[in-house]
Structures are given as structure tokens and as C-alpha cells.
Design a protein around this ligand. Structure first.
Ligand code: NAP
Length: 311
């Protein structure tokens, strides 16, 4: 089978297409014929060697995908795999595959694992979001941000989103945001607060904390919570801003989720896919051989939902 292999950590050019033997499942393992593989920022951090836990070399990147079970042909999406998803086939534990409804495309299925489990965990397991609360999705145009928006709208929260491009803001508006702002505009946060009556936000889901966390603390409603999902560096903040709102900053990292947390998230994803409230947005599909280009796009271009690789 064709698969992307990484023999050394480094720039996107280390992602190389190679021919490998098809993996053979044993015990409770299953083999999935991959139809689309999701590209996540963590794949790029690992490829660069800039992540806490690194795989042994060589390895095949990727944890998200959708495809069909080799045994029986059922449509599934993958949240994790044993062999890596940037490949024609992925070996998985049975618990890593979940049913993909017929009306959800394989490309959409590849957008589910990391983004939607992260979104569910941030909103409901960490921040305990409640219907009627206001939420600022600070970085709403990407894979995780759009998933947060869809879960929040479905749960009856009032959602405000931000994006850095016109196309991103249009996309966020189309997901049901009450208002949308440009996070590149230095005055976007006061404007976003004004859009919710000047009270501030009950909840902020933060996708780039190193740039925004200090200012987020000034935009919280009484007893508001910031959930830090993404950060690419350090940040300066004034603790007094947090004291003023009786606020809280909550961190989250997906691997910290318990098996029960993950099962609860996939149950919610299944329900949302079936009732139509969750509709993954895929705006770019690239051939598997162009994995290096996909990683460059992911880190350099404005986000517009999900980028997937097609074997
Ligand atoms: P993505 O699809 O590449 O999206 C990145 C998002 O960040 C886009 O919405 C982008 O908006 C936004 N952004 C850019 N500049 C920003 C700014 N100044 N303020 C606020 N947002 C800004 O990536 P993703 O999959 O959604 O992941 C987002 C982040 O979460 C990444 O850092 C990722 O590593 C992290 N993450 C963490 C966990 C965890 O377990 N904690 C899990 C998944 C992801 P524009 O492009 O429109 O400017």
C-alpha cells in the first residue's frame, strides 16, 4: 500500500510517499481502507519534532480518517489508529472506529476525530457550558473552532466567533454565529463584548492563547471561564483581570481525556451527525502524495474548516 513515512523529524519535506506492506489485523484489531485522512496541527508539531510525546522513527502520521472496514465494508470514521492514517490502509483497535452515517461524506468523517472530541471536551467536560450562556469562539474558522460553534449552537448557547479572513468570517457567520469579528483587528474584543450587551462572555474557547489570553480575561462576564485549547508560546497577563470577574482559566489537552470522556464525546458526535446539527466543513482536499503541501497550507494559510488528504 502507499503511505506517507517520516524517517527524521523536520520540515514538511520529510513527509515522503512510500510503498509499504498492508498491515494485518490480529485479535481485536480492524483494518480500514482509508478514503480520506484529516490533517491536524498536532500532526505538524509531531513531524517537526516539537511535541511532548514523539513516535519512534520511521512512522506514518495521522490519527483522523474515514473509510470502510476491510472486513464487512461498513462506513466508519477513525479517532486514532495503530499504524497512522496518512495511508491507503490504517490498522485500528476496534474502539478507535465509529460508525459514519451514510449522509456524511468520507472527507467530512476525516474531520471528526480530533476537532470534534476536542470541541465537546472544551465546551461541556471542561467549561460545563449551559444553554443560554454566551460563548466567544476565539479562532472559529478552523477545524476545532467550527466544531465548537456547531456544538454550542445546538446546545442553545449564544455564539460569537472570530476569523482572520473574509472567507473565514463568512463561513463562521453561516454556522449560526450571532456576530463575527476579525481577530487581526486590535479592537475586536471590545467590539465583541459590545455585541453581547457589554456584559462580557460566560465562556471563551481560546484557540491561540499566547496572543489572546491576557485580553480574554478582560472580556469575561461574572464567573466566566476561558478554556485554553490552542497556544503557540507564552503570554503576559494581569491576574487582577481574572479576580475582577471571579473568572477561571481552564486548560485541556486531548490525551488527558479518560476513556469515559472520549466515549461520551463520540456518543454526542453520533447524535449530532444523525440530527444534522454537526456538519463538518471540508474546504480543501489534496492527494495523499501532497502531504507536505498540506502541512504548509495548514500552518500558513487562513483556516477554512478542514483540510483532508485523499489516498
Ligand atoms: P486550524 O484548523 O489550523 O485553525 C486555526 C485557527 O486559529 C483558525 O480559526 C485561525 O483563524 C485561528 N487563529 C489564527 N490567528 C488567530 C488569532 N490571532 N486569534 C485567535 N485565533 C486565531 O487548527 P485547529 O485544528 O482548529 O486547531 C486550533 C489550535 O488548537 C491549534 O493550535 C491546535 O494545535 C490546537 N488543538 C489543541 C487541542 C488540545 O487537546 N488542547 C486539540 C486540537 C487542537 P484564521 O486562519 O481565520 O486567522
Amino acid at each position: 500500500m502507499r503511505a506517507i513515512r517520516v524517517h527524521e523529524f523536520g520540515e514538511p519535506g520529510v513527509l515522503r510517499l512510500e510503498e509499504l506492506p498492508e498491515p494485518a489485523p490480529v485479535d481485536d484489531e480492524v483494518l480500514v481502507r482509508v478514503q480520506a485522512a484529516g490533517v491536524n496541527p498536532v500532526d505538524a508539531y509531531v513531524r517537526a519534532g516539537a511535541y511532548g510525546k514523539l513516535p519512534a522513527l520511521p512512522y506514518t502520521p495521522g490519527s483522523d480518517a474515514a473509510g470502510v472496514l476491510q472486513d464487512g465494508g461498513a462506513r466508519v470514521y477513525l479517532a486514532g489508529s495503530l499504524s497512522g492514517t496518512y495511508a491507503e490502509y490504517a490498522l485500528c483497535r476496534r474502539g478507535q472506529v465509529h460508525r459514519l452515517p451514510d449522509h456524511v461524506s468520507f472527507a467530512q468523517g476525516a474531520a471528526l476525530g480530533v476537532p470534534y472530541v476536542t470541541a465537546f471536551r472544551a465546551l461541556f467536560q471542561r467549561a460545563k457550558a449551559l444553554p443560554g450562556e454566551t460563548v466567544l469562539v476565539h479562532g472559529a474558522s478552523g477545524g476545532v473552532g467550527l466544531a465548537v460553534m456547531q456544538f454550542a449552537v445546538a446546545a442553545g448557547l449564544m455564539v460569537v466567533g472570530t476569523a482572520g479572513s473574509d472567507a473565514g468570517r463568512d463561513l463562521v457567520a453561516a454556522q449560526g454565529a450571532a456576530s463575527v469579528f476579525d481577530h487581526r483587528d486590535p479592537l475586536h474584543l471590545p467590539a465583541a463584548c459590545a455585541a453581547v450587551g457589554g456584559r462580557g462572555f460566560d465562556l471563551i474557547v481560546e484557540l491561540l492563547a499566547n496572543l489572546n489570553l491576557g485580553d480574554d480575561l478582560t472580556a469575561l462576564a461574572p464567573r466566566g471561564r476561558v478554556v485554553v485549547v490552542g497556544s503557540r508560546g507564552t503570554v503576559e497577563l494581569d491576574p487582577r483581570d481574572l479576580m475582577n470577574s471571579d473568572g477561571a482559566v481552564l486548560g485541556m489537552l486531548l490525551p488527558n481525556a479518560t476513556a469515559g470522556d472520549v466515549a461520551e464525546a463520540h456518543a454526542a458526535i453520533g447524535t449530532g451527525l444523525r440530527d444534522g446539527s454537526l456538519r463538518p466543513v471540508v474546504s480543501r482536499e489534496l492527494p495523499l502524495a501532497e502531504a507536505a503541501r498540506a502541512h504548509r497550507h495548514l500552518m500558513e494559510r487562513p483556516a477554512l474548516g478542514k483540510l483532508v488528504l485523499v489516498p
